[in-house]
Design a binder for this molecule. Structure first.
Ligand SMILES: [Zn+2]
Length: 276
């Protein structure tokens, strides 16, 4: 894990992110006139704390809300750095954090990290305190943040849009420079692709992914093409009754040998086979 936490400006002022740790997820902030909101926490409490301290010191704004883009540990395990804030998520993310199947897997993930990773000290699962069904707006003197439930990567996945500066924080709907993790038990590939196409039609310029560096809007299309080619490949294999290990998944992302690649292929194959 990289220990250094810099504040990267997505735009001239309001939108900030740290993308140093590609495996442990991005942590973002949107600065309004009177307060700031944080988006996700990374895997680590130590990272979340440092990011918070830097935002508070540099901008002298109180932080009011923490927004979870979804329930995965690499986006929420640092949440105890923000325990005093109101924590916002979609209702479905709260369900993911409390239902037997999904909670068990992230509790195991957390406990293994605490055992194996010396940076994982103090990581915790903190439940959200404000939940919304479809959309939630945060307003402050003419500025507005839109939080939208969209599903796809997980059933509770959410993106955060700041129209004033045409910035979207997509959470794990987008992984840049790293193979996407596409094997969550609540992942829906069709919803994922539809939501990326909707985002492509939004008035945006910059995209902050869940992992990896900031993108320009024009770079979104390569992600849509990638997901569509993966979907076409698994559907074709199912139609021809080909076994999963005969498929050659599309090469696109930098880390081709990544462990997340076979996970994506296997989950999508089984997803579409169930629908047959
Ligand atoms: Zn995720």
């Amino acid at each position: 894990m990289e220990n250094d936490i810099e504040l990267e400006f997505v735009t001239d002022y309001h939108c900030i992110v740290n993308t140093n740790n590609i495996r442990s997820g991005n942590i973002g902030a949107i600065l309004l006139h009177n307060f700031a909101c944080i988006i996700d926490t990374t895997t680590y409490l130590i990272t979340a704390k440092k990011f918070r301290e830097k935002i508070e010191k540099k901008f002298k704004l109180p932080i009011k809300f923490l927004i979870y883009t979804h329930y995965h540990g690499d986006h929420i395990f640092g949440a105890s750095a923000f325990r005093d804030l109101a924590i916002i998520s979609s209702k479905q993310t709260l369900r993911n954090l409390t239902s037997v199947e999904t909670l068990k897997s992230i509790e195991e993930w957390k406990n293994n990290l605490i055992k194996e990773d010396s940076f994982a000290k103090g990581i915790e699962i903190v439940l959200p305190s404000i939940c919304f069904l479809d959309k939630l707006l945060i307003k402050d003197e003419g500025l507005e943040i839109e939080i939208n439930h969209c599903g796809g990567h997980t059933s509770g996945s959410t993106y955060v849009y700041f129209p004033k500066e045409k910035v979207i924080y997509t959470g794990d709907l987008i992984f840049e420079d790293i193979y996407p993790y596409a094997g969550d038990p609540t992942c829906n590939p069709d919803v994922w692709i539809t939501q990326l196409e909707k985002i492509q039609n939004m008035d945006i310029e910059k995209i902050v992914p869940g992992h990896g560096p900031i993108l320009e809007k024009r770079e979104l299309n390569k992600h849509i093409i990638f997901f569509k080619s993966l979907r076409a490949l698994v559907r074709e294999a199912i139609r021809k009754n080909l076994p999963i290990d005969t498929m050659i998944p599309p090469d696109f992302f930098e880390f081709e040998a990544d462990i997340w690649k076979p996970i994506a292929v296997e989950y999508w194959y089984n997803f579409y086979r169930r629908q047959k």
